[in-house]
Design a binder for this molecule. Structure first.
Ligand code: F6R
Length: 236
């Protein structure tokens, strides 16, 4: 595990975008695992600015709300297109996002797991973390799923994510997420953590050990994970 502490959000995003750049330059057919949320927006902007060649790259998004149409501007499909994919030369056939409109969630989860395997697994997984330690939508619980699964969002996540919706009742109650096993099987992981709201979960991760009550703590078991943290999150 490496932890890199950088001055601010901008520095953190540039650092992360350089790692993605190195990855796709060293292997133009790389498979990337990607997050949504506010954290990676600066990294996506920096990657767009670099005008890199994504034509051979395959992506797998971590998660998607279940039951929200792709056309809804809060769907993660919409987010990825409007924040990143519309501005790079990725082949649309190489973009994978769990289908929140699939009639059978279990079937969709199995299809997603099979697609990750068929692509040869994830080379570089980029992550953010929830204030409660969730990764993707793997919420703190007594047990965590190894594979892609349908999850019930916790009241805390619904409240945090309600900032993007008109009201908390509009936030979907379930989501499809890659499991912790899918994530931990990535060859390399970077996790971006910024801002005061993340200081507590970061402290807990490094002091409490590995626990399902903090899914992000499982990353400490990975042989190639880098925490990219700004001074605020680090508690400076
Ligand atoms: C979203 C995802 C989530 C976010 C987390 C932090 O695809 O994987 O786990 O990383 O909710 O969200 P922000 O970045 O908005 O603080």
């Amino acid at each position: 595990m490496r932890k890199v502490v950088l001055k601010d959000y901008e520095e953190m995003c540039k650092y992360a975008s350089n790692i993605v750049e190195q990855q796709i330059k060293s292997n133009p057919k790389s498979v990337l695992g990607l997050p949504t949320g506010s954290t990676p927006i600066g990294m996506y902007r920096d990657l767009i600015r670099k005008n890199l060649d994504f034509s051979g790259v395959t992506t797998f998004n971590l998660d998607e709300y279940y039951g929200l149409p792709k056309s809804n501007d809060q769907s993660y499909d919409y987010f990825m297109r409007s924040m990143f994919f519309n501005y790079i030369n990725i082949d649309k056939n190489n973009i994978n996002i769990p289908n929140g409109e699939a009639p059978d969630a279990a079937e969709e989860c199995a299809r997603y797991d099979a697609a990750i395997i068929a692509a040869g697994g994830i080379d570089l997984q980029v992550l953010g973390v929830g204030v409660n330690g969730h990764i993707g939508f793997n919420e703190p619980a007594d047990a965590l799923s190894p594979t892609t699964n349908l999850v019930k969002l916790t009241p805390s996540t619904i409240e945090v994510n309600s900032r993007f919706f008109d009201k908390a009742e509009d936030v979907p109650k379930t989501a499809i997420t890659m499991g912790m096993g899918n994530i931990l099987q990535a060859k390399k992981i970077i996790i971006l953590v910024n801002g005061k709201s993340k200081t507590d979960i970061l402290k807990r991760t490094f002091s409490e050990g590995v626990t399902t009550q903090n899914p992000s703590s499982f990353l400490l078991l990975h042989p190639d994970v880098t925490y990219i943290v700004d001074e605020e999150a680090n508690g400076a």
